[in-house]
Design a protein. Structure first.
Length: 182
């Protein structure tokens, strides 16, 4: 019998000072049985970083790990044009190349303890592609995941290259580094 995903509900107040975007999102996120809490929270942070890019609220979490041909997050217009493709982790060069061909804007968010090694091995190949690569600080993603609950209210303040996360019982900061920008 196949394992079912775990469902999380988030009420997120976003104050994105970089893009002058202030909104409250009500998100339901499915955690694949083989997905870690850290990966899911990194997905959530990436989604929130791009919320301002989506005034019509069409951005969505895809099937992710269940569907290897889809990115983790995408933004498709009503006429099914892929405007934004976001992959989490350390995708192969071929996957990144495909994403950069199909989407108007493609991003990779690397977040775990292997990120530095992956980047050193992939930098030459990815530098030839029109793709944005960002790296979340692994220890900060781990700290954020420690407070994970099935139903959560979060307040995010995004400024420069930091997300300040306030939760009912904890606070933390998640920073990212821009490894490649197009």
């Amino acid at each position: 019998m196949a394992l079912k995903p775990t469902i999380y509900k988030f009420l997120i107040a976003i104050s994105d000072l970089n893009q002058h975007y202030y909104e409250t999102l009500n998100l339901t996120v499915a955690q694949h049985p083989s997905e870690t809490a850290e990966r899911m929270m990194a997905r959530l942070m990436a989604f929130c970083l791009h919320a301002a890019d989506d005034p019509e609220r069409l951005m969505a979490f895809t099937k992710g790990l269940s569907s290897p041909d889809e990115p983790d997050i995408w933004l498709r217009s009503l006429d099914d044009v892929l405007h934004l493709s976001i992959d989490m982790g350390e995708p192969s060069g071929e996957r990144a190349k495909k994403a950069s061909r199909l989407a108007k804007h493609a991003y990779i968010y690397s977040f775990n303890s292997k990120s530095d090694v992956w980047w050193r091995q992939s930098e030459a190949e990815l530098s030839r592609l029109p793709i944005n690569v960002r790296q979340f600080e692994w220890a900060q993603i781990q700290a954020l995941s420690q407070s994970l609950q099935r139903t959560m209210s979060l307040s995010l303040t995004i400024t420069e290259q930091s997300i300040y996360v306030a939760m009912p019982d904890a606070q933390c900061e998640v920073q990212w580094t821009v490894l490649q920008s197009v």
